[in-house]
Design a protein around this ligand. Structure first.
Ligand code: IPD
Ligand code: CA
Ligand code: CA
Ligand code: CA
Length: 259
């Protein structure tokens, strides 16, 4: 394992990597970059996603040579288990927002050791806000420790949902949206999760892949939030799933709607 002093020092080091990644992204946004389709016309990848992933991989390989890496754009390792140090990389989360809006996209890293969440980082790139830390060292927004979250109920807060699940009416998403004070669809798991971490929303639910939720789960644990699959089952860090992160009260409210 890694003690809290070692965790704080790694957190500081990785925070600097995010400065490098942010500079690279902003520089590339001022230039031409390539946009390609992956599995559908709304599933985009850009040359910036690839370049940022490669930057993080080279930094991780220098800092933590034994570690294995699970990353979205294919430059990492094939993982069959979670033993040892495992880093998760989502170089640009919300690539559609990045391409079409040039705002509301994130960059995310997480470190798990033997399957346990240790450190997570989510950067709102255009707002220059990095939420980082973990269960043992606390969670900060840039250099400031985040205050304890209020245990707000679903009916008193905003819920952030994935648009696809809402449109398809799956997993009771329409009922969740109606029961909340109001709902939002943001197009970036990282940005949506940060809204919960900053106390601006009470829950986020979406179908996600491991690199979409890895950092968020570390930070959620550090902030005392509930996080499971939407049906209450535990999250498998090597599989896609419909994930729910919420205040304890909003989590209970959503589980009751699902019954
Ligand atoms: C996507 C975003 C989106 C979520 C999708 C993700 P990407 O990530 O987080 O909000 O609904 O499931 O794939 O592909 O832009 O990194
Ligand atoms: Ca993607
Ligand atoms: Ca993502
Ligand atoms: Ca991505």
């Amino acid at each position: 394992m890694m003690n809290p002093v070692e965790q704080k020092s790694l957190d500081q080091r990785v925070t600097q990597w995010f400065g490098q990644a942010r500079n690279l992204i902003i520089q590339r946004m001022a230039e031409h970059f390539e946009v390609e389709h992956k599995t559908s016309r709304s599933d985009l990848v850009t040359s910036v996603d690839r370049e940022v992933e490669q930057l993080y991989i080279s930094l991780i390989r220098q800092a933590d040579p034994q570690a294995r890496i699970l990353s979205e754009e294919g430059y990492g390792d094939d993982l069959g288990d979670l033993s040892g140090h495992v880093w998760f990389i989502d170089p640009i989360d919300g690539t559609m927002n990045f391409v079409k809006q040039q705002s509301d996209f994130a960059s995310m890293l997480a470190l798990y050791i033997d399957g346990q969440p240790v450190l997570g980082w989510i950067m709102n790139v255009m707002d220059d806000q990095l939420i980082h830390g973990g269960p043992e060292i606390g969670v900060k927004l840039n250099a400031v420790i985040l205050p304890a979250l209020k245990n707000t109920a679903l009916e008193d807060g905003l819920v952030y949902l994935s648009g696809a699940r809402l449109l398809q009416g799956q997993y009771n998403f329409p009922a969740i949206a109606k029961a909340a004070l109001s709902y939002r669809v943001y197009g970036s798991a990282g940005i949506s999760l940060c809204q919960v971490f900053l106390g601006r929303a009470v829950a986020y639910a979406s179908r996600l892949k491991p690199w979409d939720f890895a950092a968020g789960l570390v930070l959620a644990k550090g902030l005392g939030l509930k996080a499971t699959l939407i049906d209450g089952d535990p999250i498998n860090m090597l599989s896609s799933g419909t994930v729910l992160v919420a205040t304890t009260q909003a989590y209970t409210d959503i589980q009751l709607l699902n019954k």
